[in-house]
Design a protein around this ligand. Structure first.
Ligand code: SF4
Length: 363
């Protein structure tokens, strides 16, 4: 398939012939064909619109393609157009977002739905560079280039890595020159695909890469992209309480300004140590060493479950208490005496970590 915009080549292009020669264009052409033949099936690439791109881009930020596919299909089936999206209720959007994490994105998406009646108004705001919550330079570029096929740069982490390896330094001029030769949508997506699948941060498969003939880092350990150690995560010790009454579970309805606002969470306490950061410590009431020891002396042993969320490594200590006549039941309720407790079914709108805990239990 021919993705090139040869006619665009004449538009104000002063490409250095040493950089943009026919072999280089040929390698990019092959890359675009590879991207098309391997990834055109992705649901957000089947029917193009600014709206579909907005939903997919918000979902794809920091979430894997595999995790996003069913969520995207479900979302678009329920809200097939911007007109439907404009009517969406916050609770419904949050329910469709469960499992994708980063609820601030869901909140920003809801604000966009409320603010813009139609796609045209949203596009105008994007083009005029208006400040829109949740949309930074990358997302703006992605919406215009992928959603509208406009010649905009959308440099995400994948593209940045590929281009810096390809040229051995950060070079947006080169990217701009290449952008003049191809469909911006096809080029940006192909570079993203390459970075995600072939030219990965820790695993580089130059033998599979169509850009290898002109790449300055091909088959080398690229010196400009040293593999960074994952920054140390901040450990949070969260003590989650599963208190069951008939078929309902104790829940805290998280309010505005708190983490996971808009969702239910299992009653949760934080065990504060020297490594707990201040922001996290403010989110939950504290559980002391004494409380933990007391519960253990009552022959309770918490289940352990670890997860990573953004900069945090969360160690969940899950206390399951079902017998309302026991000391531990009253002791646990007393730990949350300053919080408004509700009793909710497992089908309610729980934050994904609480939902996973409930799903993992056979009570
Ligand atoms: S040749 Fe290797 S280093 Fe260069 S872009 Fe391709 S995969 Fe990355």
């Amino acid at each position: 398939m021919d993705y090139s915009l040869k006619n665009m080549d004449t538009l104000n292009t002063h490409a250095n012939p040493l950089l943009i020669d026919s072999s280089l264009l040929d390698s990019f052409e092959k890359l675009l064909n590879w991207s098309q033949s391997h990834f055109a099936h992705l649901p957000w690439r089947k029917s193009r619109s600014l709206y579909a791109t907005l939903i997919s881009e918000f979902m794809l930020q920091q979430t894997t393609v595999t995790a996003v596919i069913p969520k995207f299909i479900n979302f678009i089936n329920r809200y097939p157009s911007w007109e439907h999206f404009h009517q969406i209720k916050e609770q419904d959007l949050f329910a469709l977002w469960v499992g994708l994490g980063y609820y601030s994105r869901a909140r920003s998406l809801f604000n966009i739905a409320q603010k813009f009646k139609n796609e045209k108004d949203f596009l105008t705001a994007l083009k005029n560079g208006l400040k829109i919550q949740g949309i930074g330079p990358y997302t703006r570029g992605a919406l215009l280039s992928i959603g509208m096929n406009e010649p905009e740069m959308a440099i995400d982490a994948n593209i940045k890595r590929v281009l810096s390896r390809y040229r051995m330094h950060q070079d947006t001029n080169f990217y701009k020159q290449i952008l003049r030769h191809y469909s911006p949508r096809a080029l940006n997506e192909a570079l993203m695909d390459l970075g995600r699948e072939v030219c990965q941060a820790r695993k580089i498969a130059c033998e599979k890469c169509y850009l290898a003939p002109n790449c300055q880092s091909a088959y080398k350990n690229p010196s400009n992209t040293k593999i960074k150690n994952t920054p140390n995560k901040i450990i949070l010790n969260l003590h989650r309480f599963v208190l069951k009454q008939d078929a309902l579970f104790a829940a805290i309805d998280k309010t505005k300004g708190q983490w996971l606002a808009g969702y239910l969470e299992l009653p949760t306490l934080i065990h504060i140590s020297t490594e707990t950061d201040k922001n996290a410590a403010k989110q939950y009431p504290e559980i002391t060493e004494y409380d933990i020891e007391f519960l253990k002396k009552q022959h309770l042993q918490p289940k352990q479950h670890t997860q990573t969320i953004t900069k945090y490594l969360i160690k969940n200590h899950i206390w399951i208490i079902q017998d309302r006549s026991e000391n531990t039941w009253h002791y646990a309720l007393n730990l949350f005496k300053n919080q408004e407790m509700q009793w909710r079914s497992p089908e309610s709108l729980w934050a994904s970590s609480s939902q996973k805990i409930l799903q993992s239990l056979t009570l």
